[in-house]
Design a protein around this ligand. Sequence first.
Ligand code: FAD
Length: 457
Amino acid sequence: MATYHTSLVWFRNDIRLTDNEAYYKATVSSQYVIPFFCFDEHLFETSSFGFPRIGEHRATFLYDSVANVYEQLSSVGSSLIVRKGNPIEEITSIIEQLHIDAIFYGQEPAWEEQQRESELKVMLQLHPNISLIPCENFSLIRLEQLPFSLQNLPTNFTAYFNQIKNILPITPITVFPKPVAKKLPPEWYDTHLEDSLPKKKSIFPDIDFTKDSQETYFVGGEQFGKERVKEYLWKSNAIQVYKETRNGLLGKNYSSKFSAWLAVGAISARYIYDEILRYEEERVANDSTYWLGYELFWRDYFQLVAKKYGKQIFLPQGIKNKKQPNEWSREFAECWINGTTGIPFIDAAMRELQQTGFMSNRMRQNVASFLIHDLQIPWLYGAEYFEYQLLDYDASSNYGNWGYIAGVGCDPREVRKFNILKQAQTYDPYGEFVRHWIPELKSSSSSYPSPIVTLHQ
Ligand code: FAD
């Protein structure tokens, strides 16, 4: 006998059916389930420096991920109710028209998402008969598994990891199976509530989707995320050399590329970690397999930082209350964005970002350091531009990493300044990366610009 007659599951940055605690728990405890997703109106705002908050690459990836869950559910007689606007108002409109017993959702670490959770709680005070069931979908380690309280979160990653490693490998690691779907309640069909999937253009009317994206390895959706895990681990065995290749700049397998699916939650960190443990048991356990798991803890750490510090990680002064430059060159900033600074190593990466929505970790560090420390432009400008362009944009990881390099985040060092010329010699010694993204460098009559600043070794 089901505990609830009808439950609503609010899908957020956990757009998947496997290892989705909220969807799993709702399904096994309810007779009918209404899966719900809302393209939050915050997505359509402009940032403080005037960038749209979402660009073509992420919009496509996000939309495809939602469409994938919609298709999975529709094929088994259920559906995904997709809306655009304020998710709390949309949920209110549903519960005013249908009897709902419970709302399940995955909690999120970042400020805006936490605000939405608070709004939901306030709204539900008017509906005391509806149970609210928060679940954990986003991080690798569950909060109750941490060996410290959030308030006592270590102030840098190394100190955090030194505490975490005592509980590794994380066991038990619960990966919730994909449950047998439950139908929408019969009453749904008596209402005039829409349940077809809106077209991408109607969700994102201002985005130009006609530009061809070069070289994309990224297709949104749970199914493609799982395929990527299979490919990176089990088919190519690329994981076995991850530690040696992870600073690479060109190609599909120098790193896992899991970030895009993780950011929208099309796959979960728990699922990946569990696959790594299985790989170690069935094939090989070495420094590389360990290191891929280790990197997932960076992601977890930045989430905890976001959860603990809330709005502060998005402010110019960060969590260290450090003053930012007031005067800076708009012209330099434009060159940085367009990949026309005249520093090939930087320009190649910025062009890659513009064309594909992706950039390697090594290059993210370099272009961030260059913007902040060489061009003397406020870090928030770069972070907001990344938010607009990155298809794997994740609030905690993006603002956490930018704050870290700017010296306003969780890091014992004052600043992280990279020596760009040295980095180029080490990571692109033959210039393959720069020639790939800056084709004009291949011709002798090049129109490539002169450097806007002088760099020193
Ligand atoms: P892999 O090297 O294969 O690593 C596996 C996974 O570990 C990644 O998918 C990611 O989930 C996690 N990870 C690795 N490094 C980091 C890190 N430094 N911080 C947090 N998680 C990490 N990552 C995002 O997912 N979204 C962002 O918006 C984002 N913005 C960034 C901005 C800057 C300025 C910098 C320096 C880094 C940023 N990162 C961000 C972290 C990192 O660059 C990407 O996670 C990584 O490049 C994604 O590629 P991958 O999946 O192939 O990584």
